[in-house]
Design a protein around this ligand. Structure first.
Ligand code: DOR
Ligand code: ZN
Length: 350
């Protein structure tokens, strides 16, 4: 008989967008329900670029959590061309933030203030290397002449490989990898290089965006790729290699902002994230590898303690609703389409 129950050390989400204001209040509980900690992305408008705004944002996140929640948000600094390395170090030393996020300018949501040239922020990179602060990278080139499906692979070749060669001590997480090229690069790279993998890139290939019509709920960045890449990512995630760990990239946008003439990039997978990963590991006969991917490799890379608590998953059908209406603090509902809308997942959180 297959395993019916699975108890794991409590997992963390090493890449999530919690947003701000009403959206934050609506979605924070979904992440806090399963994860003990999360690396929270700084791409707010305006972005988190100072210690002061990071501390204020952390407070707003705490206020948005359900009563009694012990969820710990781990904040990140948003790199710009002008950010002061001394400010980054100051925030790292006092625990205001734990990593820096590099968005190439115009790569994705709220990235207009991102970095226009990695070489030009060498003083920042040198500081990160010296103090041991991880650099989290959205690894896509942005030039219009590069096909959108090639942007990750081209980024690795043009920017990431040279960056690692220039800074051998730099800790880097290549976020939300989507290609076999990225998985191979990370696997064969130094121990200072790791990657997060999202549930959606393990479940869907690029056909999902065009199945019977245009499907904005499957549009995210980096965009889903061909089936061969999805298979490679499933192999990497379930391999037991500590360089690959859980990061949902849950990126909520109101349904009205997704289903629009110019719909936003992002998949809201937070409500059933651990169940979504469990479905993949089960299918790959790798349930014994789920705990390390979800709960051990991330904290080890970041140099943080493992969580003491546990969660239990049960093999019970979980029907994912078509829509969620999640309330903000004032009781006003935000309408969101969750990942796996209308599907039944094989595992549920007890
Ligand atoms: O799909 C995405 N959505 N990719 C990103 O890199 C950003 C995110 C967002 O903030 O909406
Ligand atoms: Zn993201």
């Amino acid at each position: 008989m297959p395993t019916q129950q699975l108890t794991l050390r409590q997992p963390d989400d090493w890449h999530v967008h919690l947003r701000d204001g009403a959206m934050l209040q609506a979605v924070a509980g979904a992440t806090a329900r399963q994860f003990a900690r999360a690396i929270v992305m700084p791409n707010l408008s305006p972005p988190i670029t100072t210690v002061e705004t990071a501390l204020q944002y952390r407070q707003r996140i705490r206020e948005a959590l359900p009563d009694g929640s012990r969820f710990e948000p781990l904040l990140t600094a948003y790199l710009t061309d002008a950010i002061d390395p001394a400010e980054i170090e100051r925030g790292f030393r006092q625990g205001a933030w734990v990593a820096c996020k590099l968005y190439p300018a115009h790569a994705t949501t709220n990235s207009a203030a991102g970095v226009t040239s990695i070489e030009a922020i060498t003083p920042v990179i040198t500081t990160l290397e010296r103090i041991g602060m991880p650099l989290l990278i959205h690894g896509e080139v942005t030039s219009a002449d590069i096909d959108i499906f090639d942007r990750e692979a081209v980024f690795i070749e043009r920017h990431l490989a040279p960056l690692l060669a220039r800074h051998p001590g730099l800790k880097v997480v290549l976020e939300h990898i989507t290609t076999s090229d990225a998985a191979d690069f990370v696997r064969s790279g130094p121990a200072t290089l790791a990657a997060t993998i999202t549930p959606h890139h393990l479940h869907i290939n690029r056909n999902a965006m065009f199945a019977g019509g245009l499907r904005p709920d499957f549009y995210c960045l980096p965009v889903a790729k061909r089936e061969l890449h999805r298979i490679a990512l499933r192999g990497a995630a379930t391999s037991g290699n500590p360089k690959f760990f859980l990061g949902t990239d849950s990126a909520p946008h109101a349904r009205s902002a997704k289903e629009a003439a110019c719909g936003c990039a992002g998949i809201f997978n937070a409500p059933f994230a651990i169940e979504s990963y469990a479905a993949v590991f089960d299918r790959e006969n790798a349930l014994d590898k789920l705990e390390a991917f979800a709960s051990k490799f991330g904290p080890r890379f970041y140099g943080l303690p493992l969580n003491a608590g546990t969660i239990t998953l049960e093999r019970q059908p979980l029907e994912v609703p078509d829509r969620l209406h999640l309330n903000d603090a004032a009781g006003t509902a935000v309408e969101l389409v969750p990942f796996h809308a209308g599907e039944t997942l094989p595992w549920r959180l007890a």
